[in-house]
Structure formats: structure tokens, C-alpha cells
Design a binder for this molecule. Structure first.
Ligand SMILES: [Zn+2]
Length: 148
């Protein structure tokens, strides 16, 4: 049995909601995915990489579209905790994007807060549904679908 996790993270990787806002977003998600196996909001002390599990394919440079080495990415993600910055110098073209703005195929992201829906029983949210969740949370959100 594999599990599908549909996670929602704030567009700003450092942003965190208060408990009431998180509860509102959880209720909004439960209405959008009524067959879920559970929905949990989690606050992180440090910025975490929210990945897409076995769906992870490749990551590319947002400036020149070169595919980036996964080991390089792993090292950069580890360095976030000690260096306190998301800005990286990419080896392909010398650009300095945020790790959060690399082109992840499938989508992944960085966050200090996430809401995860276990086995949502549906596919990705439409843009209009994502906006509902964002309004409930008080901050725009990105969605990440993962399989484990
Ligand atoms: Zn590049």
C-alpha cells in the first residue's frame, strides 16, 4: 500500500500562521477533500524541504533551464539550516536564485509550516480551490503532491 500526501505550504518559505488561521485552512481543506484519511498542520522551527517523494524527477535552473545535480541540491538544502539563507549560486550560469524558486519537477518547496492531507481521494486542487485555502490561511499557498 502506498500513501498519497497532498501538502500545502505558504508561498513565503519563512511565513507561519497562528493556530486559528491554520484551523480555518484545515477546515477548508476537509471540505475540498472530504474523503481524506486525516489532515494535520505542522509548524517547524527551521525551514524544511517539503518534497514530493517518489514523484521527484529533476530540478532545473530557473534562469537557464539547465538540469541541476541532485547531490548538489542535497548539499545546498542541508546548508540552509546553518547558513540561514535560501539564496544559492547555481553552477550552470552563475545565477543566484532562491532554493524555493528552482524549477522542481514535480513541485517541491521550502517552508516553516505545512498542512498535509493524507490520501485526499482526489487530484490536485484547482487554482480557485487553492485560493480558498489561501484566504482561509491568510497567505497564498502552494500545493505539493507526494507518493510514498
Ligand atoms: Zn542556470
Amino acid at each position: 500500500m502506498s500513501d498519497t500526501l497532498l501538502s500545502f505550504i505558504p508561498a513565503d518559505p519563512r511565513w507561519q500562521p497562528d493556530r486559528d488561521a491554520a484551523d480555518r485552512a484545515v477546515r477548508a481543506l476537509h471540505a475540498l477533500a472530504p474523503e481524506d484519511d486525516g489532515i494535520k498542520a505542522t509548524w517547524h522551527d527551521e525551514i524544511m524541504f517539503v518534497d514530493c517523494g517518489s514523484r521527484f524527477d529533476e530540478v532545473a535552473c530557473p534562469r537557464c533551464d539547465a538540469v541541476l545535480d541532485k547531490h548538489w541540491l542535497g548539499d545546498r538544502l542541508s546548508a540552509v539550516l546553518t547558513e540561514k539563507t535560501l539564496t544559492v549560486v547555481v553552477p550552470c550560469c552563475g545565477g543566484e536564485p532562491s532554493l524555493n524558486d528552482l524549477v522542481y519537477r514535480e513541485p517541491c518547496g521550502l517552508a516553516r509550516f505545512d498542512i498535509t492531507v493524507w490520501n485526499p481521494g482526489r487530484s490536485l486542487l484547482a487554482e480557485s480551490e487553492l485560493r480558498i485555502v489561501g484566504v482561509a490561511l491568510g497567505h497564498p499557498v502552494r500545493q505539493i503532491m507526494a507518493h510514498y
